[in-house]
Design a protein around this ligand. Structure first.
Ligand code: 5GP
Length: 208
């Protein structure tokens, strides 16, 4: 029996950060195949779509003016500027998901994760590391979606992001997709059973 069958439990917000090319997007797609309970928050960005990216699926693509309007209207939960473009998490779907008890995963930058953690202390932060820095370079090169100039910027960012690993609750080395996804599911499962998420369950139980 799950605690949620006795007592209303809020959802879990998981932030997933890690350097560009580490495989966050692929891990999230695998997680959603493995568990219908995991929802991915679709971010808003001013970066142009890559070939094959669809508006509303990978991102909501927009321009700078509209993005700044959304910030001013309070529609953005957190945002960051990364390699010359804005990226932000729409607020409403997250607030609704937490109320509904869903597990929501955010693929966001390190400052984005730090901002979520300070606003939602119950959020869980995970940092994804590559098996080595040379493997990260290889993965970014083989993706082939960035110009050499943008790739250099992303690698310089990656170096500093990896130095921020200590700020995260959990650290996973992404050398095997299924193992990484399985570990995230295990973290999410364990987090659901933390007493701080289940406060009052004993009283609810004693009434029955
Ligand atoms: P990409 O251009 O490779 O899709 O994403 C670049 C970076 O932006 C990645 O590190 C990704 O995690 C981050 N990112 C994507 N969406 C958001 C968001 O809503 N907020 C923040 N802070 N970062 C995001």
């Amino acid at each position: 029996m799950r605690p949620s069958e006795i007592h209303k439990v809020k959802g879990i917000l998981i932030t997933l950060s890690g350097p560009s090319g580490v495989g966050k997007g692929t891990v999230i797609s695998r997680l959603m195949e493995l568990s219908p309970e995991i929802k991915h928050s679709v971010s808003v960005t001013t970066r142009p779509p890559r070939p094959g990216e669809i508006d509303g699926v990978q991102y909501y693509f927009t321009d700078k003016e509209h993005f700044e309007n959304m910030i001013n209207e309070g529609e953005i939960l957190e945002y960051d500027s990364y390699c010359g473009h804005y990226y932000g998490t729409p607020r409403k779907p997250i607030v609704d998901a937490v109320e509904n008890g869903d597990v929501t995963i955010l693929d966001i930058t390190v400052p984005g994760s730090l901002s979520v953690i300070s606003n939602f202390p119950e959020a869980v932060s995970i940092f994804l590391l590559p098996p080595s820095f040379s493997e990260l370079i290889r993965r970014l090169e083989s993706r082939g979606t960035e110009s050499p100039e943008v790739m250099q910027k992303r690698l310089a960012k990656a170096y500093h992001e990896i130095e921020m690993t200590q700020n995260f609750d959990y650290v996973l080395v992404n050398d095997d997709l299924d193992q990484t996804a399985g570990r995230i599911l295990a973290i999410s499962e364990a987090e659901k059973h933390r007493y701080k998420r289940l406060k009052g369950i004993e009283e609810a139980l004693l009434k029955h």
